[in-house]
Design a protein around this ligand. Structure first.
Ligand code: AMP
Ligand code: ZN
Length: 431
């Protein structure tokens, strides 16, 4: 495990030599084995020998989600099916799922980057890892499972759901590490409180939360309610799953496993690289993946990146919190609204639980924004006047944050649907 730490701390110039070498090899593999890339690379007139530095990346063609759909299910594979030992899929909301595949080496690489992810939060052999990410086609469950085994921790393969059983396992099996989506962590925190347990009745120390957008305010809430350090993780199936990036204890951005996944930030309109620190679309090139390598995959996720040294000693570049997706921005009456802004506003109101649903409608020509959010039990018990007063407070907070008046519905506790995996928080009925 020691050498993994070295990989993360090598001088950037030294790492770049490795990256360029791997990038050349990737281009060779892609043009030999994947028809879609052979065509695109020849159109772009790029040959492996043309790659001299990472700046040459900008000459390479992009890959988008639709390329996966068009070649469904196995058209992007760069190895024969005999070499594939695992398949996962990402459901998405519409159309065909995105199918991804792994060779034995890929599963090994994935375990390594997941071990690094867990080690960034100090997880080791003496830990008990409660893994409530979904097992199955979703990459979260098995990704964390293999990573936890690799660091030698004891993994409790819970998967999502059956909250009562989760509580029992958390307490009885002595979990020190919690892995799940932030929305499910909040649900677990509530269930723990309802069961009359206090955070100190549990041994939880650190949580790895990701797979969906969340805010700093949600981090504060989870840290207080579970008495843990909450760590943000980011990954996506098309690149490998979780393991792409993770915060270190400094929690000033997520370190990207750049020796395997080469990140770029581009302007989503012009597709040109943006200056360091500027927000744009995150793009990844997989340097070592065998079964399903991707070249400049456009994630649609918006964030910024910095290569500034981090106090933790890792020399890996860091990406900021995902601020939204190029496709989740809502335009309401001409105003750009990101769901994360609404979450941020809600978390500033002490009397609501951050379980919410955003509903956008078009009545005649006008867009309307409804925000449905749960009241804390005490407010609900206090009666209708208290609920109405809370409604006014929430409406004002949202207006201050996004500049739009929302129809706020304060609903009783437990009436916004819970999810054990990724929460569905936006319902756009205009489409
Ligand atoms: P999937 O491939 O189904 O796991 O979904 C990957 C997508 O989940 C990413 O492209 C992001 O939009 C989202 N995602 C994953 N982790 C995070 C995170 N920490 N913060 C915000 N969004 C995330
Ligand atoms: Zn760091």
């Amino acid at each position: 495990m020691k050498d993994l730490a070295l990989v993360e701390r090598m001088p950037r110039a030294e790492r770049e030599v490795l990256q360029v070498h791997r990038l050349k090899d990737l281009i060779t593999r892609l043009s030999e084995r994947v028809p879609l890339y052979r065509e695109r690379l020849s159109e772009a007139r790029v040959q492996p020998g043309d790659i001299r530095s990472l700046a040459d990346l900008a000459r390479l063609p992009f890959t988008v989600k639709d390329d996966f759909r068009q070649t469904y299910p196995y058209g992007l594979l760069a190895v024969p099916m005999e070499d594939v030992i695992r398949v996962h899929a990402s459901s998405g909301t519409t159309g065909r799922p995105t199918v991804v595949a792994y060779t034995r080496q890929d599963v090994d690489t994935w375990s390594e980057v997941m071990a690094r992810t867990l080690m960034a939060g100090g997880v080791g052999p003496s830990d008990v890892v409660h893994n409530a990410y979904g097992y199955g086609l979703f990459t979260g469950g098995l990704g964390f499972h293999y990573g936890a085994e690799r660091v030698g921790a004891a993994v409790v393969p819970m998967s999502g759901g059956f909250t009562d059983r989760q509580l029992m396992a958390l307490r009885d099996l002595g979990a020190t590490v919690l892995c799940c989506t932030p929305s499910y962590a909040l649900h677990l925190a509530e269930a723990i409180e309802e069961a009359g347990l206090k955070p100190k009745d549990l041994k939880l120390r650190v949580g790895f939360f990701g797979a969906e957008p969340w805010t700093e305010a949600m981090r504060d809430a989870l840290q207080t309610r579970l008495n843990i350090m909450a760590i943000n993780i980011y990954g996506l199936s098309e690149v490998i799953g979780p393991g792409v990036s993770v915060e270190c204890p400094e929690r000033q951005g997520m370190h990207v496993a750049e020796d395997h996944f080469l990140p770029e930030i581009v302007d989503p309109a012009t597709l040109m690289p943006v200056p360091e620190g500027t927000v744009g679309e995150l793009v990844f090139t997989t340097l070592t993946k065998e079964a399903l390598p991707v070249l400049r995959y456009r994630t649609r996720d918006l964030t910024s990146m910095t290569a500034e040294p981090c106090r933790c000693g890792r020399t890996l570049a860091r990406i900021g919190r995902i601020m939204g997706r190029t496709d989740d921005m809502l335009i309401i009456r001409g105003v750009n609204v990101y769901p994360s802004q609404v979450e941020h506003a809600l978390l500033q109101v002490a009397d609501v639980e951050p379980h919410y649903l955003i509903v956008v409608r078009r009545d005649s020509a006008l867009d309307t924004l409804e925000v449905r959010v749960e009241a804390r039990a005490a407010v609900a018990e206090a009666g209708a006047d208290a609920m109405r007063a809370l409604e006014a407070v929430v409406r004002r907070k949202i207006f201050e944050t996004i500049g739009i008046t929302a129809d706020v519905s304060i609903v009783p506790p437990k009436t916004v649907e819970r999810s054990a995996g990724k929460a569905q928080r936006v319902l756009d009925l205009r489409k």
